[in-house]
Ligand binder design. Structure first.
Ligand SMILES: C[S@@+](CC[C@H](N)C(=O)[O-])C[C@H]1O[C@@H](n2cnc3c(N)ncnc32)[C@H](O)[C@@H]1O
Length: 286
């Protein structure tokens, strides 16, 4: 993150969700606010972020970004069914779940944690788009590398004595190993029934050469945006860490298999490899 500047990659992820609504009708992940939250930028024809997201050849990326959001919100639904009433969007960017909260009547509170600069920008976007912030949504500005997540959340009214579900999409690669493992340790130490969905990338040296070149181009773009990739994990290493931290169950899926879960028979087009990206759902149970 560049000091004092909102996340550029947050805008990129939001642009892919918005483009999915427009170009694929939101068939994998329906988000009626996705275009509105982005809208003030969306008419800029020369914007490379929008150009990438709306490009006809990027359907697989749009579907993957949509599928990971769907996977996360399905996991929130399952957590609510087992009695969880606190949800946290970690590194929320322009994610709109907190504004749509389908479980408000059941008493689900949503906390949005993000880097202070990104959060301030997001709140401005919500106001500009006239998207109301429901009473169930609370903002908690926290820099994961410099501030305690527990302090930031408790200051916002989060109850450490009750279970909680965390959505942490598109953030882990930008954090150090220490920040990632500290955060997972915090979640695992919450009361049983707590859980998290997050995504991660395998180390690029394990990729075949052509995928490695694509990965390096993306890594260069992210670094130029001031958000370099800092963390990679092998699935085995992460499984060991999650067990060690106290997560008792997990489901780990590669991006290439994720979209097919929501679009039967979907296959990534040749040349659109997932570059070793995974999404994982881990939780604790008594
Ligand atoms: C690629 S965006 C993902 C946003 C959102 N989760 C999504 O999927 O659209 C990365 C997010 O991580 C946040 N982030 C990166 N480094 C951070 C840090 N050190 N502390 C807090 N948030 C951070 C950024 O502000 C941004 O919102």
């Amino acid at each position: 993150m560049q000091i004092g500047r909102p996340s550029i990659t947050a805008r990129g992820a939001a642009a892919f969700r918005a483009a999915h609504q427009e170009l694929e009708g939101g068939r994998v992940f329906y988000d009626p606010l996705a275009l509105r939250v982005l809208a003030a930028d969306a008419d800029d024809a020369d914007d490379p972020v929008l150009e990438a997201a709306f490009h006809p050849g990027r359907e697989d990326v749009r579907l993957s970004v949509a599928a990971r959001a769907r996977f996360a919100e399905d996991a929130v639904a399952a957590a609510v069914t087992r009695g969880v009433r606190q949800a946290v969007a970690l590194g929320a960017g322009l994610d709109t779940f907190g504004c749509r909260n389908p479980y408000e009547a059941e008493g689900l509170r949503v906390f949005e944690v993000d880097h202070p600069a990104t959060q301030e920008w997001k709140r401005g976007r919500l106001a500009a788009a006239e998207i109301p912030v429901p009473p169930s949504l609370t903002f908690a500005p926290v820099d994961f590398e410099r501030q305690s997540l527990a302090d930031g959340l408790t200051a916002a009214g989060f109850d450490l004595a009750r279970p909680a579900f965390f959505c942490w999409l598109g953030v882990v690669p930008y954090l150090t190993h220490t920040a990632v493992l500290d955060t997972l340790g915090f979640i695992a130490a919450l009361p049983d029934g707590s859980g998290v969905v997050f995504d991660y990338g395998e180390p690029p040296d394990a990729l075949p050469p052509e995928q490695r070149a694509v990965h390096e181009a993306r890594a260069a773009w992210a670094a130029e945006a001031g958000e370099p990739f800092l963390s990679f994990f092998t699935p085995e290493e992460l499984a060991d860490e999650l067990r060690r931290l106290g997560f008792s169950a997990r489901e780990d899926i590669r991006y290439r298999d994720l979209t097919a879960r929501y679009e039967s028979g979907h296959r990534m087009a040749q040349g659109n490899a997932d570059l070793g990206a995974h999404v994982i759902h881990a939780w604790t149970q008594g």
